[in-house]
Design a protein around this ligand. Structure first.
Ligand SMILES: [Zn+2]
Ligand SMILES: [Zn+2]
Length: 378
């Protein structure tokens, strides 16, 4: 867990030690001793947060307890924050909060989870083509942070070991700059207290990652990018009303099927011999593989129809929906890049068949030549 001390500007040395800028040497020493009893890592069982806090306090003490260094520091502080020396009425009693830890914690319900409404979660969900077209249920995983059960969201089970921040007096903010703006306290990260004994279940954040699997109803012929909302399927915090789950559908295209109106179209490649002699070829459908009998002498471009294997027809009332057709278009998977001897064999076969067997090619050349003699074939 990152320590909160790295995120915000570190408060000045007097604030870190909880003394007024005009404090005497003895007051500074006494403050350092008092803070050591709270933040020394030996006292806090090696808590890394206590260690970071103590480093700041110790380095502030090292500078202010040396008269020459303190003089320099005071000049620098006057330049950086000229109003710093005049407006700190609480400074004399800053360390009193260290004695009132438990009371202050009880008075700070803001750090405890309220009965807060969970947020809506938005999840992009890949959906197979068949599920998107036919509709039905799909399971979507919703991931979110929920209230830690070990500490009930407090971030700690030992509130008496977590002192109120003496730097900001538990307010979480400090007045800084010429405008005396409230900026987040850099000692406690604006929490108003230091969690020196964090909950082992959540590391002090009060929340743990969790997930739930939600069954989502997909309508028939669902569009890509459609938003499907599941009430109460979102983030759920202890004692609070759960948010909604919003599923953004991303349809995975089918390798062979595409929609065309109410029909599905599938392009099926045939080998030359299959086109000539006929074959049984497998055809993918939304409902599993079907077998198509291709009769002998099937030319490329011929279309076969399997009724009832297209898309559900949307105007049909719920129940056994009427469906469009699956249209199968065959084409010939012609080998190219033949060797010279293979090419010669093809030419020999064509010669043997005779030019009259290529009636369409002959007719095409004849008619194009009749329209535009200059474009006729050599
Ligand atoms: Zn603070
Ligand atoms: Zn916890």
């Amino acid at each position: 867990m990152p320590t909160p001390l790295q995120e915000m500007p570190v408060p000045d040395h007097y604030r870190l030690l909880g003394v007024a800028p005009r404090a005497t040497e003895a007051q500074i020493k006494a403050a350092y001793r008092k803070l050591s009893r709270v933040y020394h890592p030996d006292v806090q069982g090696g808590s890394p947060i206590a260690e970071d806090c103590f480093k700041l306090i110790a380095s502030a003490y090292a500078e202010l307890s040396d008269a020459a260094r303190r003089l320099n520091y005071d000049r620098m502080l006057m330049l950086r924050d000229p109003l710093r020396l005049v407006d700190d009425p609480r400074a004399e009693r800053a360390l009193d909060v260290l004695d009132t830890v438990v009371t202050r914690l009880r008075k700070r319900p803001a750090i405890l989870p309220g009965t807060s409404q969970g947020r809506d979660l938005r999840v992009e969900h890949p959906l197979p083509f068949a599920r998107a077209m036919l509709g039905g249920l799909t399971t979507v995983r919703a991931e979110f942070a929920t209230t830690c059960t070990q500490c009930r969201g407090a971030g700690t089970n030992e509130p008496e070991r977590n002192p109120v921040c003496h730097v900001c007096q538990g307010h979480g903010t400090l007045k800084t700059g010429l405008r005396r703006q409230d900026l987040k306290c850099g000692f406690c990260s604006g929490r108003g207290l230091l969690v020196l004994a964090p909950c082992k279940g959540c590391g002090g954040s009060g929340q743990v990652p969790t997930h739930q699997d939600v069954d989502v109803h997909v309508p028939v012929r669902c569009r890509d990018g459609a938003h499907l909302r599941v009430r109460g399927g979102g983030e759920a915090l202890a004692g609070g009303k759960p948010g909604d789950l919003v599923v953004v559908v991303r349809i995975q295209p089918h390798a062979f099927l595409r929609a065309d109106g109410d029909d599905l179209v599938c392009q099926v490649p045939l080998m030359w011999s299959e086109s000539v002699a006929g074959a049984r070829v497998p055809v993918p459908t939304l409902d599993g593989t079907q077998w198509l009998t291709v009769p002998p002498g099937t030319p490329p471009g011929r279309e076969f129809r399997i009724g009832g294997h297209g898309l559900p027809i949307s105007s049909n009332p719920a129940g056994m929906a009427k469906r469009g057709a699956l249209r199968i278009q065959v084409f010939i998977d012609m080998p190219t890049e033949l060797t010279p001897s293979q090419g010669a064999a093809i030419l020999a076969l064509e010669a043997q068949l005779g030019v009259q067997r290529f009636a369409r090619a002959v007719a095409y050349r004849a008619s194009v030549g009749a329209v535009d003699p200059s474009g006729s074939a050599p």
